[in-house]
Write a protein that binds this ligand. Structure first.
Ligand code: ADP
Length: 262
């Protein structure tokens, strides 16, 4: 039995005036799988995220969520359908504790009328438990989120999306600003989200990171699909070569070569 993908784009295009940001892009993400979208600057990655996150409408092609064709009205619509997007510049309040950021905008309260107040204890324990469930053992959920490393903050954002019931997690270059070790930690939690049955769309320009965790790979170049692979159909070397623009690099090498014997 094959079920419908959680998210499926088929021949999706997007134009900004007469600029072609995306043309005929197709991809799918299934529950318990990671689909990586690779591409250099200007490839159309952000545009693709904006369509899936409900910020922009596609101009052509079909976008299906759980098998149903949709045009998302706004980011709330995407969230209601279980699509959560974690952006690189996480919207957090640095001086507020981790637990406060975890519940930002969805704070539970206790008491009624004038006695209504934030249920701080519930937020603290729930945050701790939700993080532990993802295997994140944070020393102290009371510390300001601004004191966490970039990687830890990404992990908290992933755990938050999982806790609030996301079915699809869209990650916008979560390792772009991180060193090797922190990138590894973030990728571990991306895999943990997948293991909990979420479908993950991982945007990256790093073929190594993609190949470590990805089940499917879509390579974008100047808005069009340059390649599409499944894990068994592509090696890391091949993915890296395609991402680096194999022949373009070869041309560059020739252009940079010093004349010998001069
Ligand atoms: P990436 O995220 O891979 O760097 P983008 O999706 O940001 O790529 O951009 C794809 C193309 O669309 C680029 O040529 C970019 O200049 C263009 N583009 C993106 N957003 C807009 C916009 N709001 N208005 C006009 N052109 C845009």
């Amino acid at each position: 039995m094959t079920t419908a993908p959680l998210v499926e784009l088929a021949g999706v295009s997007k134009y900004y005036g007469n600029i072609r940001a995306l043309e005929g892009v197709s991809l799918e993400v299934r529950a318990g799988e990671i689909t990586c979208v690779l591409g250099d600057n200007g490839a159309g990655k952000s545009t693709l995220i904006k369509i899936v996150a409900g910020l922009h409408r596609h101009d052509a092609g079909t976008f299906r969520v759980d098998g149903e064709e949709v045009t998302l009205a706004n980011p709330r619509d995407a969230l209601d359908r279980g699509i959560a997007t974690v952006y690189q510049d996480l919207a957090v309040v640095p001086l507020m504790p981790v637990w406060r950021n975890f519940f930002l905008g969805s704070e539970p309260t206790r008491g009624k009328g004038p006695f209504r107040r934030l249920d701080v204890e519930l937020m603290r324990t729930t945050t701790r438990e939700a993080l532990l469930r993802m295997g994140i053992d944070l020393r102290d959920v009371d510390q300001p989120i601004g004191t966490l490393s970039g990687g830890e903050r990404q992990c908290v954002a992933i755990a938050r999306a999982v806790h609030f019931g996301a079915k699809v997690l869209v990650l916008d270059e979560p390792t772009a600003a991180l060193g090797v070790k922190q990138s590894g930690v973030v990728l571990k939690y991306v895999a943990a989200a997948r293991d909990q049955g979420l479908g993950v769309i991982l945007i990256t320009h790093n073929p190594h990171h993609a190949h470590l965790v990805g089940d499917r790979f879509v390579l974008l170049k100047r808005g069009v699909m340059a390649a599409s692979h499944t894990k068994d159909s592509v090696t890391l070397d091949e993915l890296t070569r395609q991402m680096a623009g194999g022949s373009e690099l070869e041309d560059l090498r020739h252009a940079l070569e010093r004349p010998t014997g001069a």
